[in-house]
Design a protein. Structure first.
Length: 298
């Protein structure tokens, strides 16, 4: 890609201090709509993939090997067991939103010795963050290529809830079923995080009827492997997603962190784009198993 970010950054009408101010506001605003993507970052599941020139990212899955040899000495010529490989390619889209700043606004801020108005930049950053979060769940199509999301990947595990979560303990029992489904699929590595629509999430705050001393949410958080329970509008009402937080299951491939670049300057002001380049990579293993469980009927 013939695009010089450093040069585009140098073309700003803003001073270095003003650019720093806008950058800080953009980074903060970008993170505000993130729920799932933030959990990926906090779990160390982000991967740098080489800058904006990387338009396609590829991961490789391999078949299993047999058990290791048990010996009293090294083999002179150990048997090299052949494995089969699959490659999965992901297009890396640019997610962007434009905004502008007028020279009059800029001069007014400087003469008045007041902070530069970053409202437009913040709104653009939130729009980009919101789109990145949405695409993690829905996937997208670009240039004839399809990237699946958490809600529609053909290799996700599917199931039905024990009943609507408005009935006490149905959510708890359903979560136990989720852990059982992952065990049956031999997916043991990584904590499991749950993502629910607010309509279901807030029913979990009710106290359990036995002793009225803890909520159903507390009970679910106490189950083995459960690393967190989160509300998000990106999961449809009546559904729940359970995601295994492991690099063998998924990661966020980042070609460019959120950034502002000037793209057009005139006598009246400057047009700016705020963008990132990233893609969620869902990685079913060689045998097609994916550590994502999609439950309906909640």
């Amino acid at each position: 890609m013939n695009f010089d970010i450093l040069q585009a950054r140098q073309n700003f009408l803003l001073s270095k201090e003003e650019i720093d101010q806008v950058d800080r506001a953009v980074v903060e605003a970008f993170s505000q709509p993130l729920v799932f993507v933030r959990r990926l970052t906090e779990n160390g599941l982000t991967v740098r993939i080489g800058g904006l020139g990387t338009m396609i990212s590829t991961v490789t899955t391999i078949s299993d090997m047999d058990g290791a040899d048990v010996l009293m000495d090294f083999m002179a010529d150990p048997q090299q067991e052949g494995v089969e490989r699959n490659q999965i390619s992901f297009p890396v889209p640019i997610l962007q939103k434009g905004w502008s700043i007028s020279k009059r606004q800029l001069e007014a801020a400087r003469r008045g010795n007041i902070n530069l108005d970053t409202t437009a930049a913040e709104q653009a950053a939130r729009a980009v963050g919101r789109k990145l979060e949405q695409l993690a769940f829905t996937g997208f199509n670009v240039s004839g290529m399809t990237v699946y999301g958490l809600l529609n990947h053909p290799n996700r595990i599917t199931g039905t809830a024990q009943g609507q979560f408005t009935t006490p303990l149905n959510a708890y029992k359903t979560t136990v079923d989720v852990l059982r489904l992952l065990s049956q699929a031999n997916i043991y590595t990584g904590t499991v995080e749950l993502f629910l629509n607010p309509a279901q999430y807030y029913t979990l705050l009710g106290l359990l009827p036995a002793n009225n001393d803890r909520s159903e949410l507390d009970a679910i958080r106490g189950l083995p492997r459960i690393g967190g329970v989160h509300e998000t509008p990106d999961v449809p009402a009546g559904e729940m997603l359970a995601v295994v937080m492991s690099k063998s299951v998924l990661d966020l491939a980042v070609a460019q962190d959120i950034i502002n670049v000037a793209v057009q300057t005139s006598e009246l002001g400057q047009k700016v784009i705020t963008f990132t380049a990233a893609v969620l990579r869902l990685k079913p293993d060689y045998y097609g198993k994916l550590g994502v469980v999609h439950i309906t009927g909640c």
